[in-house]
Design a protein around this ligand. Structure first.
Ligand code: GTP
Ligand code: SPV
Ligand code: MN
Length: 589
């Protein structure tokens, strides 16, 4: 076995664990990553030589590369994702559970000798700004060079993590082995008590970039509950008014339901002088500050964003962000080594290779880019990156917005009556399933707080944790619900969305600042027709606004039954407040 790179730590807990895992996986080489520019260059060259990456047209897309995953491995797989707590009740009825000892034996049997002939990369990484009270160190061991190059974009990777760690034992251990990338041998397993993650048999996104969903959300939420903070599937943005007043909001929408787009929103001309700043697009870690407000950091350093639908109109800031130093996964490849996807600017290419490398023309029946094709891009590329991005203390949150993808039932926006009601609203989110996870496309399911696939413990206890957080806040954020995906009878979106979401966001900010009107409805406070500014919005009338804000009692009868199904599932750990909130809603309706 040979050692490559340089090991820049003397932390014996790190060295011991790496040695143990080397003995288990038996790689031919161990490569210690330091996160430097030279290392990135060398590993990129190597990935190109190995055929893992294709160099894109460097004139059009400097520093950009292309990757195709195994066609059986294109999204998160919830049925292969486990929370291994001592008891099944700790994991709760919404998670797959297995006893830690049993699962570890199974995984170690799979990993034994699994890196023979291969290189094990040691990736030290930091989630959160250095020195932040919320920052966490992780160590990912992987035999995928693609994972290394993605982690370098998505996290603060390299020696910065060892500096933060010092001689401490407090770091997340993450082992990732590709094996033969077979769905039958695919497991993404979390051992919260040991702060350990083992992922085998996949090479894609949230299954393998262990800092993201595995550490920042599943392990993170478990630690957060014990330590009195929150780990949430939320974007964070700042709204700056023409007078320079800044209001920060966090928003939880399920996977592929608009967080990246909302976080990068560019206001329409009507809102001249207003500016949206991106703090984060997927994950928020939040804790009560000394002043009684809730402060949020984004633990990530990049965006692993959905490509389809991204264009200069829907998300100009994303287009600028992904113009350089970006890895594209499972999009289409044009003959001049440019990338394409459904919903990109301009007409489709006359001819290209689809995400599986097959010839594609506009006549082809299948999609050229996989619906869950993604870009991995550095946050620093974002022209609207918030100046507060690196602030170790984070930003004070004035509003929390929940949302889902709903063709019917849910109005464009409403405000909860108070924190407990807001927790109920978040707990009962419904959303149509998307391509971000395998299976169930388009079906409405309950996705509490957009955390169904990411909560590392019993969902009922998670609701209780949300309720408890209220007591630790003097100024709790106001809570809202939005739905940008309501459709008409012909299936067309009723609300224009994207940049026009500024009109909704402005009302939310004004509510937080005590200067916007609203009407009481059974669901909560809803803006009146005059409270959402429609100036400059073409082909959208006051009648359309009425439609998108409408509350249909018949639809809500059905919604109540769907909510009840979730509550029955969670019954044994459900806080009584949730049951009371449900009763109050029934009474109001
Ligand atoms: P994850 O990265 O999976 O957590 O997803 P996300 O919540 O960041 O979703 P994202 O912003 O990438 O949006 C997913 C898809 O929804 C993309 O195809 C977008 O173009 C589309 N989308 C986003 N915002 C809107 C909107 O306001 N209206 C409509 N109609 N589509 C939207
Ligand atoms: C999601 O599915 O919510 C994502 C993409 O953000 S992944 O990193 O693959 O989980
Ligand atoms: Mn996500």
């Amino acid at each position: 076995m040979s050692t490559l790179g340089t090991c820049n730590t003397t932390n014996r807990h790190v060295l011991n664990w790496v040695n143990e895992m080397v003995a288990l996986c038996q790689p031919d080489r161990v490569f210690w990553c330091n996160g430097s520019e030279e290392e990135k260059q060398a590993l990129t060259e190597q990935a190109v030589a190995e055929g893992v990456l294709i160099r894109l047209n460097q004139e059009k897309l400097p520093g950009c590369y292309y990757h195709r995953s195994n066609p059986n491995d294109v999204a998160r797989v919830e049925q292969c994702t486990y929370i291994c707590t001592d008891t099944e009740a700790e994991a709760g009825p919404t998670n797959n559970w297995a006893p830690p000892k049993e699962m570890k034996e199974r995984l170690y049997a799979l990993a034994r000798g699994g890196m023979k002939g291969r290189t094990m990369y040691v990736i030290p990484y930091l989630m959160g700004p250095p020195g932040s009270p919320l920052a966490k160190v992780g160590l990912e061991l992987t035999d995928s060079i693609y994972v290394v190059l993605n982690m370098r974009i998505m996290t603060r990777m390299g020696d910065v993590a060892f500096r933060q760690l010092g001689s401490s034992e407090d770091f997340n251990r993450g082992l990732h082995c590709l094996l033969d990338v077979h769905p039958d041998r695919r497991y993404i397993c979390h051992f919260p008590r040991e702060n350990l993650i083992i992922s085998v048999g996949s090479g894609y996104g949230g299954n393998v970039l262990l800092g993201k969903k595995c550490l920042a959300l599943r392990i993170g939420s478990y630690l957060a509950q014990q330590q009195g903070w929150m780990a949430e599937h939320m974007l964070i943005l700042g709204v700056e008014s023409p007078s320079g007043e800044k209001t920060f909001v966090a928003a939880a929408f399920p996977s592929a339901c608009g967080k990246t787009n909302f976080a990068m929103l560019v206001p329409p001309p009507r809102f001249e002088g207003w500016k949206i700043w991106t703090v984060g697009d997927d994950i928020a870690w939040m804790r009560p500050g000394a002043d009684g407000r809730l402060y949020a950091i984004n633990p990530e350093m990049g965006y692993f964003g959905v490509a389809p639908g991204t264009n200069a109109r829907t998300n100009p800031n994303a287009m600028r962000t992904i113009a350089r130093d970006t890895i594209y996964t499972n999009v289409a490849l044009t003959p001049d080594l440019d990338v394409w996807w459904e919903g990109k600017d301009g007409p489709p290419p006359q001819e290209c290779l689809d995400w599986q490398g097959r010839r594609w023309t506009p006549e082809s029946r299948e999609k050229a880019a996989h619906p869950n094709s993604r870009f991995t891009a550095p946050a620093r590329n974002n022209p609207a990156l918030a100046p507060e991005f690196d602030d170790p203390n984070g930003v004070p949150i004035s509003a929390i917005i929940f949302g889902g993808r709903r063709a019917t039932t849910m109005p464009l926006v409403f405000e909860a009556f108070n924190w407990v009601h807001g927790v109920f609203v978040g707990a009962t989110i419904g959303s149509e399933m998307t391509a971000a996870a395998v299976g169930g496309l388009g079906q409405v399911r309950r996705d509490p707080m957009a955390m169904l696939p990411f909560c590392g413990y019993n969902m009922g206890d998670y609701f209780r944790h949300w309720l408890r957080m209220r007591k630790r806040l003097k100024y709790p954020p106001r809570i809202f619900h939005v739905n940008c995906f309501r459709r008409d009878a012909e299936g067309r979106f009723l609300w224009p969305g994207f940049g026009e979401n500024m009109r909704v966001l402005k009302w939310i900010v004004d509510r937080c600042r005590g200067r916007a009107n609203a009407y009481e409805t059974p669901l909560g406070w809803v803006p009146g027709p005059e409270d959402i500014d429609l100036t400059g919005l073409e082909n959208f009338t006051a009648t359309d606004l009425e439609k998108v804000l409408d509350i249909d009692i018949e639809e809500w009868r059905r919604e109540l039954i769907l909510q009840e199904e979730l509550f029955l599932k969670l019954y044994s750990h459900l806080p009584k407040e949730m049951i009371f909130q449900r009763e109050l809603l029934v009474a109001r309706l």
